[in-house]
Design a protein around this ligand. Structure first.
Ligand code: ADP
Length: 207
């Protein structure tokens, strides 16, 4: 996939004369190579998770600075779209988690929230301690998910709006990976949603 992408880029970056329609086709090749490589990576992640080949390396994670760093990763994309990012993660919260897995979970949820929320909306990362567990939630003011889809969006390849998801570059595997990662760390993941927006949450053991 990398080789296809590199070849397409070489064609686009000069060297070879392309007319408008030739250029259009090479751009199409580059776009689809990107999509295929995202899909391949997500599929590999899922199969490692499901086969038990991957085991989380659990340790205490101080959530407030960790969540701050995750927000930085989507800050530019949110700003470009005119979305306000916010967070409220109490200083005292610590989860027993695998840092890379937790990063993948939060980046997926924040990415989706920014992707599906229209310009002018708001995306907020919230933390809460609930007895022996901690809860992290990504709340958005997007279109929400209809009740009939809510039970299914954590399934692989399931999309509430397939056309729109594909257009936004989605593989339909992100939430399946989120759920598996949360469960592998002894936690769980879920969603509540209405037409005013969605709240995706993950619950993990307290450290
Ligand atoms: P992808 O985003 O690649 O399509 P995901 O597994 O991450 O796949 O999400 C599955 C589906 O859940 C999406 O296609 C979309 O229909 C829905 N979804 C996920 N996050 C949100 C959100 N924040 N707001 C509205 N719909 C969402």
């Amino acid at each position: 996939m990398t080789a296809i992408r590199a070849a397409a880029e070489t064609l686009l970056d000069g060297g070879v004369q392309l007319d408008a329609s030739g250029r259009g086709f090479v751009e199409m090749i580059a776009r689809h190579a990107d999509r295929l490589s995202r899909l391949t990576e997500d599929l590999l992640d899922l199969s490692r998770l499901e086969s038990g080949e991957w085991k989380p390396a659990l340790g205490p994670v101080h959530l407030s600075p960790f969540c701050g760093a995750m927000l930085e990763l989507v800050r530019q994309r949110a700003a470009d779209k005119g979305i306000v990012l916010g967070s409220d993660v109490p200083e005292r919260l610590r989860a027993q988690a695998d840092r890379r897995a937790l990063e993948q979970i939060l980046v997926n949820l924040l990415d989706n929230a920014v992707k599906f929320t229209p310009p002018g909306g708001r995306v907020t990362l919230l933390g809460d301690g609930l007895g022996p567990t901690v809860m992290l939630a990504v709340v958005d003011t997007g279109p929400g998910i209809e009740p009939r889809h809510q039970g299914r969006i954590f399934e692989r390849f399931y999309r509430a709006d397939a056309g729109r998801s594909r257009e936004l570059g989605g593989t339909g595997l992100g939430l399946a990976i989120v759920k598996h990662l949360a469960q592998a760390m002894g936690g769980e993941a879920g969603v509540e949603s209405s037409k005013n927006g969605s709240r995706f949450w993950v619950r993990l053991p307290t450290a």
